[in-house]
Design a protein. Structure first.
Length: 430
């Protein structure tokens, strides 16, 4: 039952409080419901809000539907190899909530979390205060949209949107559109505009790309079989740095296909290196386009090398196919674009985390919450749903179930520990 349907007021105290009612918060709630552990889920908006209201109209998953494996709610549709559209994702998440009736309080924003002198934690919310023995922060890591400070130097007549606000090409005024950023959102929004005939300028960053299919299967299926989605971050070659990496660009649109920026360039899209600023009415770009395109292709081809090695090692019978050959290379490195040629800018350079409301000393020197598999040094305080919380699948529909079960085990242990949480809270932090 949700707040809008008559949920009772917040209790003064609850054994477990879950902050965030997205797929991560719902996943831990499912486990707590199965174990009979009393809890509340505090959602500042509505269940499924981010999917419904912070994605563009043509948005779809980039991983196949069969990877949607929320606890107790595996994908049950008739298109396991397809890619759910935005509305279908919303239906999947909200249907999940309806399937087990989590104690969600919608429209309740948590504005402060601090240790309670009596033990456990005190949460200040838009609906009042409550205390909890244990708290799960299931709010992800993408909180505040990033826009460069010099964006204000652009003329007032240039419409500016963050990717979170973009919905469709008709939303923008007639004229050229500059998309800044070539991660998943930037590449897909640039394609969305390009397919409608809009003249698009794309500032290409260092995001990697990946092929949609190779040797007869979706590359995600190969990676799944090779164990990449279960590899813990401790085994990743980049270590902790993997948590802040940019996702590979690819799309599930139209049944799934590659995003080839070089092909877009052949079709008229104007590509540049990273946007560096605006000066005297001119947008400036770093001369890194060729290097960034080569890097993206190299990552994709390296992934194919891994697939080839897996096929040979396992003795599998899989069709062969030629490797990718670049269809276009820049003859020059474009470094300028007059502002008066651009009617709109879509900023697709990501988000930054905002943990200012968490007043518990669990952060590292860079301001990121320190944890091991979501367990912080503060007894009874956990994180869930972050990219690479434990594995590559942690921030996705494919891996959040495993992480939620792990944390549910920790919650259960602490709930039943001799002396209870009060004794644990009195112990010094590691």
């Amino acid at each position: 039952m949700t707040a809008t349907e008559g949920t009772p007021p917040l209790p003064a105290h609850v054994p477990v409080a879950v902050v965030g009612g997205g797929q991560a918060g719902l996943s831990i709630s499912w486990h707590l419901v199965q174990r009979g552990i009393e809890h509340v889920v505090l959602e500042r908006d509505t269940v499924g809000h981010e999917w419904a209201d912070a994605r563009w109209d043509s948005f779809c998953l980039v991983t196949p539907n069969w990877q949607c494996q929320l606890p107790g709610w595996p994908y049950a549709g008739d298109d396991p190899d397809g890619f759910m559209l935005r509305e279908e994702i919303v239906e999947y998440v909200r249907g999940y909530a309806a399937s087990f009736g989590p104690p969600v309080h919608e429209g309740v924003a948590v504005t402060r979390l601090a240790a309670d002198p009596a033990g456990g934690y005190r949460l200040t919310t838009s609906a009042g205060e409550l205390t909890a023995d244990q708290v799960v922060l299931a709010v992800g890591g993408y909180h505040l949209p990033v826009v460069p400070p010099w964006a204000g130097a652009l003329p007032a007549g240039v419409v500016q949107l963050h990717s979170q606000q973009y919905r469709n090409p008709e939303q923008l005024p007639d004229g050229d559109v500059l998309v800044v950023g070539s991660g998943q959102s930037g590449a897909q929004i640039a394609e969305d505009l390009h397919l409608t005939g809009r003249r698009v300028h794309l500032a290409v960053g260092g995001a990697p790309r990946i092929a949609r299919r190779y040797r007869g299967r979706d590359v995600v299926a190969w990676l799944h079989d090779m164990g990449h989605y279960e590899m813990p971050i401790e085994q990743h070659r980049d270590g902790e740095a993997a948590r802040t990496g940019t996702n590979h660009y690819v799309t599930g649109r139209g049944g799934g296909r590659d995003i080839d920026l070089r092909q877009f360039a052949l079709e008229g899209m104007q590509l540049y290196g990273p946007l560096t600023g605006v000066r005297d009415g001119v947008l400036t770009f770093a001369p890194e386009l060729a290097a960034n395109l080569d890097h993206a292709d190299r990552v994709s081809e390296n992934c194919k090398d891994l697939v080839d090695a897996h096929i040979e090692r396992a003795g599998l019978d899989a069709p062969t196919e030629p490797r990718y050959t670049p269809v276009w290379t820049p003859s020059v490195e474009p470094t300028e674009l007059p502002v008066d040629r651009v009617a709109a800018v879509v900023w697709a350079i990501g988000f930054r985390a905002d943990w200012n409301w968490v007043h518990v000393p669990v952060f590292d020197g860079a301001g990121r919450p320190a944890h091991v598999r979501g367990v912080t040094a503060a007894p009874g305080l956990y994180l869930l749903g972050l990219p690479w919380l434990h594995t590559w699948g942690s921030g996705r529909f494919s891996g959040v179930a495993r992480d939620a079960e792990f944390l549910a085990d920790r919650i259960t242990e602490l709930t039943g520990a001799r002396g209870g949480l009060a004794a644990a809270s009195a112990a010094p932090m590691a």
